[in-house]
Structures are given as C-alpha cells and as structure tokens.
Design a binder for this molecule. Sequence first.
Ligand SMILES: Nc1nc2c(c(=O)[nH]1)N(C=O)[C@@H](CNc1ccc(C(=O)N[C@@H](CCC(=O)O)C(=O)O)cc1)CN2
Ligand SMILES: Nc1ncnc2c1ncn2[C@@H]1O[C@H](COP(=O)(O)OP(=O)(O)OP(=O)(O)O)[C@@H](O)[C@H]1O
Length: 191
Amino acid sequence: MTPDLASQKQALRERLRFRRRHFVANLDPMGRLAAFRAVPDTLRKLLDASPVVGAYAPWGDEPDIRPLLLDGRRIALPHHADRTAAMTFRISDDGDALRKGPWGSPQPPESAEIAHPDIILCPLVGFDRHGGRLGQGGGHYDRFFAENPAVPRIGIGWSVQEVDTVPIEQTDILLDAVLTEQEYIITGDRL
Ligand SMILES: Nc1nc2c(c(=O)[nH]1)N(C=O)[C@@H](CNc1ccc(C(=O)N[C@@H](CCC(=O)O)C(=O)O)cc1)CN2
Ligand SMILES: Nc1ncnc2c1ncn2[C@@H]1O[C@H](COP(=O)(O)OP(=O)(O)OP(=O)(O)O)[C@@H](O)[C@H]1O
C-alpha cells in the first residue's frame, strides 16, 4: 500500500471513529436498545440458511447485534492466538465467558471449537454503497475474505459511518451488503 493511501485511510478512520463516538453517545437509551433488533426478511432468510454465523462481540461503540442472533443459531466469533496469527473463528456458546484477545477485543477461549462460518457479519469503521469497507487497520477481515471468497460478507455499522467512497487498495474485498440501524443496503450482485 502506498504511504499516501495508508495515511488517507488512517485519517478517515480517526474521523469516522470520532463521528461514531458522538452518534452513539447521543443516542437515547431506548433507541440504542431498539437498534439492530429488526432484521429485513432477506437477511433473516440468509441467516436461517447459515448453520454457523460468523459474528463479533461488540467493542466500544460498535453496534451490539447479539439480540439479532439469539435464535438458537451457532455463533462463531473472531479469535487471534497472538498478534502474529491469522484471525480464525471459534464457536461461542451462550454464557461462555469471553476473554480479552491480543488486540484488546473480547474473544472465545482457546479451548473453543474452530468453526467455518457460512456467513460473516463484520464490524466496520467506514463503508460506502459500492461495498467498500474500512476496518480497524489490521487487514484481518480482508485476509479472511480472500481465503474464503464464497462466504457472504455483511458489514454492520451505524448509518453515520457511511462515506461516498472508501479509499480502496488491491487487497480490499468488497462487502455484499451493509446493515445499519436504518437500512439494509445491498452493495454487490451476489445477494
Ligand atoms: N468487535 C470486534 N472484534 C474484532 C475486531 C473488531 O474490529 N471488532 N477485529 C477487527 O479486525 C479483530 C480484532 N481487533 C483488531 C483491532 C486492530 C488491529 C490492528 O492491527 N490495528 C492496527 C492499526 C490500528 C490503528 O492504527 O488504528 C495496528 O495495531 O497496527 C487488529 C485487530 C477481531 N475481532
Ligand atoms: N489478503 C491480504 N494479504 C496480505 N496483506 C493484506 C491482505 N489484506 C490486507 N492486507 C494488508 O493489511 C493492511 C491493513 O489493511 P486495511 O487497511 O485494508 O485494513 P482494514 O480492512 O481496515 O482492517 P480489518 O480488515 O482488520 O478490519 C494493509 O497493509 C494491507 O495491504
């Protein structure tokens, strides 16, 4: 990646994290509870057809999508063995305690079963309507998507995380759709 593109992405990350922090801080508590509870029918069908759903444990201002998944589904969460290891997914059973991973985000214990999700619901810092996604800057989801290209990729974010165009480099892999608290946006032609 050119230094120019990297710094462009980093500047956008900082701007969008700031925007997200203020949006979430100003949400009324009822609004926050109600967000991401209703799932559009098309996404519900896709989830119903997916034996293992790759989700995430919310961190900071990220939307909490757990209520949306409480349907007896098998949920897998990202797991990092250490800072150099590739991101994998591990089954997280209800009530199993999560612990802090090497990057600070909560993750299942080492003993949890490795899983291969049939769909990925991924957090993001920024998105656009073409499927562009800006993440935390580790490239972990992009690497996972590159290795698992057939798995549908649904970004999850607050509406204020939308920008016209996310700066894209060769290794960035486009999302198939984005779910916000307001809209379900199909961004590709795979769904
Ligand atoms: N809830 C949640 N779980 C998640 C993620 C996430 O974004 N949200 N992750 C999403 O990937 C992974 C863990 N989080 C990570 C966050 C940052 C970096 C990272 O490499 N950051 C870069 C740049 C940081 C910066 O400058 O802002 C670094 O430290 O070099 C890696 C993993 C997996 N689990
Ligand atoms: N498939 C890949 N193979 C090798 N390097 C990659 C791959 N995908 C991304 N990278 C590298 O990882 C670094 C971070 O990428 P990027 O800025 O796209 O992260 P991100 O999408 O914001 O983070 P994340 O996916 O973890 O949320 C970049 O240097 C990028 O070139």
